[in-house]
Write a protein that binds this ligand. Structure first.
Ligand SMILES: CC(C)(COP(=O)(O)OP(=O)(O)OC[C@H]1O[C@@H](n2cnc3c(N)ncnc32)[C@H](O)[C@@H]1OP(=O)(O)O)[C@@H](O)C(=O)NCCC(=O)NCCS
Length: 303
């Protein structure tokens, strides 16, 4: 059944959004099946992942994550409903630091109704850059350069400002070890040569961006999200609160995109739809939603 559903799902995804990759086999987990009113059968695999404390992921994810990987074949996202109905009985989550997650094509509008009915919210979006804006004018007084290990202290402050803001309007979790986690992650990225761009205004640090390249190839994580090829990935963009809305973010991304784009098929990133700043910012930078990550936190709030 799985192979036929995968083929049909790939065909449907391609018709829904030409930038979606072919559907790939779900990871191992618990199998759920359901019958649709017309007799068609759909299925899903439920996985459970524990996020290690002290990892970068722990700053944007609940510690215990149940993820549903639906296989709807040719059916539209409304067919999620019978699978979501079966879900509460299959979750063993207890406590508040838990989540249930479904990642589904943003353009499948019928899925949104089914997910919202069961308590899911569209907490983040994976967006791809389809329409780069024309080059913008330089921002007076702002210089963007590649950061070095000597900049670690200001990078940590900038990264923590992003966590603090995104914890209000998105999925970030300001855990007690956030400073140490960010410091270790930034140091590791600098050491392995991933680009980090630092913005200075009149010589004072006011924000930063992080990114790297990722290859979508058979068996890779990226293959589940974007078509095969080499992609630029923007991991973090932050401008300190007092410096926002003055062109610093735009100046950072002008340089970041110029550095990331050679020999790539495109670039992608995640942002939080409830964030009042970033969706408008990223749309102006030429990004549009490809996948929506629907989430219930805690998992027991699923209905
Ligand atoms: C999102 C963020 C990085 C954008 O950086 P920024 O320096 O504030 O952005 P910019 O000043 O370059 O402005 C971006 C756009 O907003 C517009 N803008 C400018 N002033 C504005 C204002 N007062 N209100 C709303 N929009 C404004 C600009 O017109 C600009 O559009 P343009 O590029 O087409 O001219 C920054 O606001 C931030 O750090 N927010 C908190 C953390 C966060 O949300 N990070 C992103 C996570 S994905």
């Amino acid at each position: 059944m799985t192979a036929a559903l995968l083929r049909a799902q790939s065909t449907r995804f391609a018709g829904l959004d030409p930038l979606l990759p072919a559907a790939v086999e779900p990871p191992p987990g618990d199998l759920l099946t359901a019958a649709l009113p017309d007799g068609e059968r759909v299925s899903a695999v439920l996985t459970r992942t524990l996020i290690e404390p002290g990892t970068p992921q722990s700053l944007w994810s609940a510690s215990e994550v149940f993820e549903l990987h639906p296989l709807l074949g040719a059916a539209d996202g409304g067919a999620l409903d019978p699978l979501l109905r079966a879900l509460p009985g299959r979750l063993t989550a207890a406590g508040t630091d838990t989540a249930c997650v479904v990642t589904w094509p943003s353009r499948d509008a019928a899925a949104a109704r089914a997910l919202m009915t069961h308590g899911f919210i569209p907490l983040s979006v994976l967006a791809v850059r389809t329409t780069p804006p024309p080059p913008s004018d330089p921002v007076p007084g702002v210089v963007v350069r590649r950061a070095t290990r000597a900049d670690l202290d200001v990078l940590v402050e900038s990264a923590l400002a992003e966590v603090a803001y995104s914890a209000q309007v998105g999925g970030a979790i300001p855990r007690s070890d956030a400073r140490a986690v960010k410091r270790a992650a930034l140091r590791a990225h600098l050491t392995q040569g991933d680009p980090i761009w630092l913005a200075e205004r009149d010589g004072v640090a006011v924000g930063h961006a992080e990114g790297w390249h990722t290859e979508s190839r058979p068996g890779s994580w990226a293959e589940t999200r974007v078509r095969h090829g080499r992609w630029g990935y923007v991991n973090c963009l932050s401008v300190l609160p007092h410096a926002r809305h003055a062109g610093v973010g735009r100046a950072l991304m002008d340089v970041a995109h110029a550095d990331l784009s050679p020999r790539t098929v495109g670039s992608f990133l995640y942002y939080n739809p409830p964030n009042p700043l970033s969706p408008a910012f990223w749309a102006r930078q030429g990004y549009r939603p490809l996948w929506t990550v629907w989430e219930v936190r805690p998992a027991a709030a699923l209905r």
